[in-house]
Design a binder for this molecule. Structure first.
Ligand SMILES: Cc1ncc(COP(=O)(O)O)c(C=O)c1O
Ligand SMILES: N[C@@H](CCOP(=O)(O)O)C(=O)O
Length: 519
């Protein structure tokens, strides 16, 4: 139905480069900011869709086909200094390609001129109008930004669990009690369908695979190497689209909760006697030989979804820019994704600056930290050792170049956390009502260090990105609270008390407890 198209309802043509003159505010919101679907939702005479129509059918009926061709994106070689690049190498997103001709990384480049024909206010209003709906596919926090993510995919090909839109938690007590801060926030990306931020990228990647398979491209299955979260997301999204998934896991190096996820979702699970870097090497070799599509963040499609978490943070602050965003880093795709999300918002006029980024690593797997400390002189992969932050136990990150570009471009910082520091920070956060994963503990340790050194000020608005759900990492919490960790004081342990099953004994321990709590 062409007349209900968002873009047809706009009072200017995309074919012209004439600057757009905003209409009056009331008309602006009604005419320009709404998607075809929200126009239906907001109408006072809105109709429920017919009982025999599902939300995909509804989207098919309402969304005009040409909406998919207004914006476009392609793969280009990732080049930190893109302004001076004269490369003409590029690939359609429908090609199966992970590396540039020179063997370097790729990046998804959007047609920024087409996107710039709409002003920042337009995009802010459009994104805001889609939050919290069940309309397909915009109810997802990722697909609510579809024009900036994978503009050309048909809504019908999208595989989504309505991911994103995760809560931005005001860490009131933690901020005040431990850091003297009152504007500290935790972006809970792990409160998500499979319990980590990987869902944001995987909905994009698996949707594209779904499209490729419908185009009869040679993709029999999708594979990844994983420290637990990528494999969980991959297997869930593939299962929902009936696509075979294959996961390479380092034997005995991921949590039980993570291991059971791909098993339950029907993935082909290979437990391999090596570390993550070894699994990554193997999956790269295998995907070069077999019709298995690579789902790790080496594949730049993933980062297009992950960058929406940055846009969401701005949106949740009503498009005000925080001073700092702290992200735990392993394979280093996510730190770049955050940078890219913020940068696009700046370039397209939604905000006028970007935050400073901090990448936080476990000291037992800290190649980026060592590189940063050397003044970016020479990058050397490390042999990582065991860490409670097991999902970031990565010594040879594939996105090192992306991360360095992101950090240099925003005056960023790299910090690290020892095992004791990250476990203490996790326990401290939990004691104030959170239930975070050890990777978030790494990010909080970075915050402690930067507050103590005065780099982050008490009044700075700071966001810590929580990357996975704490329930995936209960064993480390049990060990900590049982004081069962060698060479660790476990200063914030809160072990349960064994009490005899009689009234007097229970009363005694309760009285002692209440006295200790009385003001
Ligand atoms: C829970 C968790 N946090 C942080 C990271 C680090 O993200 P990245 O590999 O994009 O640096 C990962 C995965 O690597 C993860 O699973
Ligand atoms: N933590 C990751 C490691 C792989 O990262 P990716 O973003 O490159 O897939 C995991 O959970 O597997």
């Amino acid at each position: 139905m062409a007349s209900s198209s968002l873009f047809q309802s706009l009072p200017f043509s995309l074919q012209t480069s004439k600057p757009y003159a905003p209409p009056k505010p009331a008309a602006h919101f009604v005419v320009r900011a709404q998607s075809p679907l929200t126009q239906n939702n907001n109408s006072s005479s809105k109709h429920r869709r017919p009982a025999d129509e599902n939300i995909r059918d509804e989207a098919r009926r309402i969304n005009a086909p040409h909406d998919h061709h207004l914006f476009s994106a392609k793969y280009v070689p990732f080049n930190a200094d893109s302004s001076s690049s004269s490369s003409t190498e590029s690939y359609s997103l429908d090609e199966i390609v992970y590396r540039s001709q020179s063997g370097g990384l790729l990046d998804v480049q959007h047609d920024m001129d087409a996107l710039k024909r709409f002003d920042g206010e337009y995009w802010r209003n459009l994104f805001d109008s889609r939050v919290g709906k069940t309309t397909w596919p915009y109810g997802s926090g990722v697909w609510s930004k579809k024009e900036w993510v994978l503009p050309e995919i048909h809504d019908d090909d999208i595989v989504s669990a309505f991911e994103g839109n995760s809560n931005l938690f005001w860490a009131e007590r933690f901020g005040k009690q431990f850091l003297g801060m009152n504007d500290l926030w935790v972006k809970h990306c792990g409160i998500s369908h499979t319990g980590s931020f990987k869902d944001l990228g995987m909905t994009v990647l698996v949707s594209q695979v779904n499209r490729l398979r419908k185009m009869n491209r040679p993709v029999v299955g999708v594979g990844c190497a994983s420290t637990g979260d990528t494999s969980a997301a991959l297997s869930a999204y593939c299962a929902s689209a009936a696509i075979p998934s294959i996961v390479f896991l380092p034997a005995n190096k991921i949590s039980l909760a993570q291991l059971v996820q791909p098993i339950a979702n029907g993935a082909f699970v290979l437990s391999i006697d090596t570390d993550f870097d070894g699994c990554m090497q193997l999956i790269r070799e295998v995907t070069a030989e077999l019709p298995i599509y690579l789902a790790n963040s080496l594949n730049s499609l993933r980062l297009e979804g992950q960058k929406t978490a940055a846009i969401e943070i701005l949106q949740q602050f009503d498009w005000q820019v925080p001073d700092w965003v702290i992200v735990p880093g392993g394979n280093l795709g996510n730190i770049y994704a955050f940078y890219k999300g913020f940068k696009m918002c700046q370039e397209l006029g939604l905000v006028d600056k970007i935050p400073r980024l901090v990448c936080a690593q476990a000291a037992n797997a800290d190649p980026l930290y060592l590189y940063f400390k050397s003044g970016w002189k020479e990058f050397k992969p490390v042999k990582s050792s065991t860490t409670f932050a097991s999902a970031i136990q990565i010594g040879d990150p594939v996105s090192i170049d992306r991360a360095v570009h992101a950090l240099k471009s925003c005056d960023g910082i790299v910090e690290e956390a020892t095992e004791e520091e990250l476990m203490d920070a996790t326990a401290q956060a939990d004691s104030t009502g959170m239930f975070i994963c050890p990777h978030t503990g790494v990010a909080l340790t970075a915050l402690f260090k930067l507050r103590n050194s005065g780099v982050i000020k008490a009044t700075d608005r700071t966001v810590v990105v929580s990357t996975a759900h704490g329930l995936k990492f209960t064993q480390s919490k049990i060990d900590y609270h049982s004081k069962d960790i060698k060479d660790m004081a476990c200063r914030y342990a809160n072990p349960p008390m064994q009490v005899k099953a009689d009234f007097g004994s229970v009363m005694d321990v309760l009285k002692t407890y209440l006295q200790s709590k009385a003001h």
